[in-house]
Design a protein around this ligand. Sequence first.
Ligand code: THU
Length: 157
Amino acid sequence: MGEMADEIDVAQLRDTAKAVMTRAYAPYSRFSVGAAGITSTGQIVSGANVENVSYGLGVCAEVSMVCSAVAAGALGTTDDAPRPTLRAVSVSDGRGHVLTPCGRCRQVLREFGGDDLLVDTADGPRRLGTLLPDAFGPDHLRDAARPATAHRPETGR
Ligand code: THU
């Protein structure tokens, strides 16, 4: 096992990821992927990869999971209503083996779980902060954003 997983049932997440993997839409790569996560309220969320004939439009299982969870109100935050965060995630390849999320997915997952998100690996759960060190985050936007200026149509800016 990797880092501490508290009371999180990693076996349950692995089973769920494996089950949703069978529903992947991956006719081009033939590489099915399923992702399962648990939120801070204990809700299980899941997703599968969805490919496209225009290859670059394919969506990874982790992104699919995040999008369906946000749409369901299981994840994410709006201004006036805080919603749950992601606590742990496990991803399965087509053989049912644990797959460590690709780089883009690590960034997407960080948005909802932060550095403390537990990401399952072949060696057990590890903190996202160790898998995506020095990540770009909301603080960078806050610190470096230009002050808002009025839009001036006459200048085109
Ligand atoms: N894939 C995922 O769904 N998640 C990952 O973390 C890695 C890759 C998908 C994308 C594509 O549909 C297929 O696996 C082959 O790359």
